[in-house]
Design a protein around this ligand. Structure first.
Ligand code: MN
Length: 197
């Protein structure tokens, strides 16, 4: 039996004759990827996406990730995105959902580290249970991170926290000091779109 199509919400929000974003389809790859896209929309945020069962599970992180284990970063879940969205960098036109500029801030592969009572827990199940632990192998970010759900008055939100491992570094602030695309080397202003154009 086919998995339910979790990209319906993604597609329903977008008009693919207007936006350069991919319509996408479910795909499976051997090394799961992650991407963090800096998105200058109505508010600037960083979209963290993890490949899980052929789609990109997604969270919007307003302040972006930290390399300091003492910094908890709010991460708000958003709709699943297609896998080929990990390659998207460009301008979503005015009047479209998410209008603004997208920059591939970091990208690479990740490894699931989630365990429960000494047994590995699959990423999809870990997300359903509200706690996922993983190791990033990106260009800017490396090492362990954890995403943990908490309930708010209005619904759900998550916290993204760096694990206290060899790659933790409270002195680094890559969101501030490494703003450019890992794919094109461009800044968000160089990609264009939005104010100032
Ligand atoms: Mn976004």
């Amino acid at each position: 039996m086919a998995d339910p199509d979790t990209l319906e919400e993604y597609r329903a929000k977008r008009n693919f004759s207007r936006t350069p974003e991919p319509p996408g389809e479910r795909k499976v790859s051997s090394n799961p990827v992650f991407v963090i896209q800096k998105h200058r929309a109505s508010t600037l945020h960083y979209d963290l996406r993890l490949e899980v069962d052929g789609v990109l599970k997604s969270w919007a992180v307003p302040k972006g990730p930290s390399t300091n284990p003492k910094e908890k970063r709010l991460a708000v879940p958003t709709e699943d995105h297609p896998l080929d969205y990990a390659d998207f960098e460009g301008v979503i036109p005015e009047g479209s959902y998410g209008a603004g500029t997208v920059l591939i801030w970091d990208r690479g592969t990740y490894r699931n580290l989630t365990e429960r009572e000494g047994k590995e827990v699959g990423v999809a199940e870990a997300i359903r249970r509200g706690h996922v632990s993983f190791r990033l192998e990106g260009e800017k970010l490396r090492g362990g991170y954890a995403l943990t759900r908490f309930r708010t008055g209005k619904g759900e939100a998550w916290l993204l926290v760096k694990k206290d491992d060899a790659e933790a570094d409270p002195e680094r602030d890559p969101v501030a000091t490494e703003p450019r695309s890992v794919v094109s080397g461009r800044s968000i202003e160089e990609i264009g779109g939005g104010e100032g154009e």
